[in-house]
Design a protein around this ligand. Sequence first.
Ligand code: PLP
Length: 368
Amino acid sequence: MFVPVNEPVITAEAKAYVNEAMDSGWISSAGKYIEEFEKEFATFLGVKHAVTATSGTAAIHLALATLNVGPGDEVIVPDFTMMGSVLPVLYCGATPVFVDAEAETFNIDPNLIEAKITKKTKAIMPVHLYGHSAEMDQILAIAKKHSLPVIEDAAEVHGATYKGRMCGSMGELGCFSFYANKIITTGEGGMLVTNDDLLAARARVLKDLAHSAKKRFWHEEMGFNYRMTNLQAAVGLGQLQHVDEFLEKKQWMAERYREGLGGIKHLRLPITKEYAKNVYWMYGVLLEEGFPLTRDALRAALKERGVDTRDFFYSSASQPLLKHLPSAKESFPVSTMLSERGFYLPSGLALTEEQIQYVCDSLRAVAA
Ligand SMILES: *Cc1c(COP(=O)(O)O)cnc(C)c1O
């Protein structure tokens, strides 16, 4: 048996719509699926505007550019995250300032944010990791106190909630990814969401090369080509129409894992806080002190049995690219611990009961 870490489910609607888009000739970024996908995604999140982009990373860059983040500015980001959150800060010529994680949810520790705010801070970017919301009330209160906008990196949490509110809908701007392993996919793609009319309008200009409002092909400021194609939007719409099933499948997966892995000593299963609806984008586990194997040895043993897994992200401060940053000189003990002890199990939407059972049995056998 081989169990891949991710295998997507492509719906019949996605296939039908993409063919329809092909036949219609609308294969670039004009076409009805762009508008429909944006409308449906905005409805799903309960926000006013959804703006398609070419990737989650592009959506985050667009969010920062829309807020005029530039050289000399600082943006507060979690140290423990995927580089797609951090690189766009560098694209803007701004400086990421890292904050350590909380051990339970892996998300940015809200108690450590305020100490990192300076006169140069331009935005706060919480990232909701592996399906679980960050502690948003605390983050939003700090942002409000300092009059700073919040950009939510919601790339991994389509449908997750914080106290009943949709992740991605609580800050000034929210960013989603539609990469193949995300809960909704368009192959590659992203979405920027907001309730602010002006920010939405500005994002639409910037993502389309920033033609001047007065004259087309005339440019007064920096723009980008971050236009999603109608073909991708057709796939996204077909996938989005099944989001409830996908989210149910994720709950079912987490339940099967919890049953199948229960009682294995020093293996920490995901913790869901009372404020969160966890969508288990990836089923991440931690090896605590006392587990009989190292993380790498365990992953290798699982690989031998055909079970594909992935390491957690690295501490941003440890990245060769980022080592020169002032903020990277600090220590991030929780983030470092997570990057050394965490990994995730196969979590794709195509997982079968037999596969999950096999993963659990394999892990139990290897750990014994
Ligand atoms: C996937 C992801 C991104 C980047 O999205 P892409 O579509 O791959 O560019 C950004 N942040 C987080 C947390 C992600 O998981």
